[in-house]
Design a protein around this ligand. Structure first.
Ligand code: F3S
Length: 429
């Protein structure tokens, strides 16, 4: 890789041994990616490494070494959702609580270290940093080194910023150096679409299902999606942004999609249209039967496949304010439909701290859901339930990502409202 004089100096140790090691790691990363050079990061960071889980999070000794050397990120950063230590919101049994407390025993000191390294503040934990209330919204064209697959997909596709799907730890190191290898989705060539996907449904498909279908088809490639403007209109209004953040999270979980273009909607597709397609691109059509078959193929992984559900998690990825209000209206309608006042399934709804704060300020939707017995959290259901202790829990969700990573059972939004009100699957009480 060609390095600038400044980069070479750092690599030679001119700014201390710790930054030298950081730079050496980034250079090795760049060489593995066949990058020709490093480029400057120009926007805030967002990292997947929010929790101190031994074997997954960066070793605390490494963080201490970075801090001791006086290093921090070039821009403040946000982190994925906070550890699920708000036990009351997750309907946990004592054994689950004790285990989570043990797993996250070092969380406070981890958070403190992250703040020293550039964490924006102690409310900067969410997988939707790009929501306006959270305020980490990169500019179009910004060069980033983000991780968290759903965030990367949104930043690239909807905001037109540029980030590869970086792994944990290397994301932090790149942002400390303020440099990232120029490769993949940072380049014009890497942002071209190698697939054209035609959405041939009569009605607007659910984004969580369409996203999964796209992810399974293109895997890690870049799709150019045609036909969604029939349902979403052109350009990027708030509802379209919500739709695409769900679609992107599902595509990133079912495949490894880091960027998708949607004709007449996403910024690069609006500017370049079908010119984004590479020569010899591949082509697939997704129709309603494909989506139905996909959902029907999802196995029921519950210990008792015929159990009544006992928990429901919504907001993976974290909901926007509009989505919270939509769910409040949907659940209220479900309660009225069934003549009930409270939910029969223990339900937790997730959103960023700043989004929840605004939702509570708005009062009406929050009061409806609180009266019905729903709880709220800014943590991540996967962190709380991706373990053997939860094996026996009959969990339902509308999140294809959560379904992919845990034994939660997937239902469409409209079904969920009836199920959590009645406590029953497949029939109306
Ligand atoms: Fe967010 Fe956790 Fe889902 S990070 S996308 S709530 S798995």
């Amino acid at each position: 890789m060609k390095l600038t004089m400044e980069e070479q100096d750092i690599l030679d140790g001119s700014q201390g041994g710790m930054l030298q090691r950081v730079m050496a790691t980034i250079v090795a990363y760049g060489e593995a990616l066949d990058a020709e050079k490093l480029v400057d990061i120009t926007g805030m960071g967002h990292f997947v490494i929010a929790n101190v889980i031994p074997g997954i999070s960066p070793p605390l000794e490494m963080l201490d070494s970075l801090i001791k050397a006086g290093l921090k990120t070039a821009y403040p950063f946000t982190l994925d959702p906070a550890a699920p230590l708000d036990h009351d919101n997750w309907w946990l049994n004592p054994e689950q609580i004790a285990t989570l407390q043990h797993m996250y025993a070092d969380q406070d000191s981890y958070d403190c270290r992250m703040q020293t390294l550039g964490l924006r503040d102690l409310q900067a934990f969410t997988c939707t940093p790009y929501q306006p209330e959270v305020g980490s919204v990169p500019q179009r064209g910004a060069i980033l080194a983000w991780s968290e697959s759903a965030c990367v997909a949104y930043a690239n596709s909807v905001l037109g910023a540029r980030s590869n799907r970086n792994g944990a730890i290397i994301d932090l190191l790149c942002n400390i150096a303020g440099k990232v290898p120029l490769s993949g989705l940072l380049t014009d060539a890497g942002r071209k679409a190698t697939w054209r996907i035609d959405v041939a449904t009569e009605h607007r498909p659910l984004p969580q299902i369409l996203g999964a279908a796209i992810g399974r088809t293109v895997l890690a490639d870049v799709p150019y999606v045609v036909g969604l403007d029939r349902f979403l209109g052109t350009g990027l209004g708030p509802h379209t942004r919500d739709y695409l953040h769900e679609l992107g999270a599902a595509a990133a979980a079912a495949g490894a999609v880091g960027l998708f273009h949607v004709e007449n909607i996403t910024p690069e597709a609006v500017d370049q249209g079908a010119g984004l397609l590479t020569e010899g691109y591949r082509h697939a059509v997704i129709n309603a039967a494909d989506l139905r078959d996909l959902v029907d193929s999802y196995p029921v992984l519950w210990v008792d496949k015929h159990a009544d559900p006992d928990k429901c998690f919504l907001g993976c990825p974290h909901f926007s304010l509009n989505q919270l209000e939509w769910w409040a209206a949907e659940i209220q309608a479900g309660l009225q439909r069934h003549g009930r006042e409270c939910l029969r399934v223990n339900t937790t709804i997730c959103a960023a701290p700043q989004v929840l704060e605004k939702f509570i300020d708005n009062r009406q939707g929050w009061e409806v859901l609180s009266r019905a017995g729903a709880r709220f959290s800014s943590a991540c259901p996967m962190q709380a339930f991706d373990n053997d202790l939860s094996r026996g829990d009959a969990i339902i969700t509308n999140s294809n990502k959560l379904r992919t990573y845990t034994h939660a059972r997937f239902f469409e939004d409209k079904q969920i409202a009836d199920i959590i009100v009645t406590g029953k699957i497949g029939r109306r009480a």
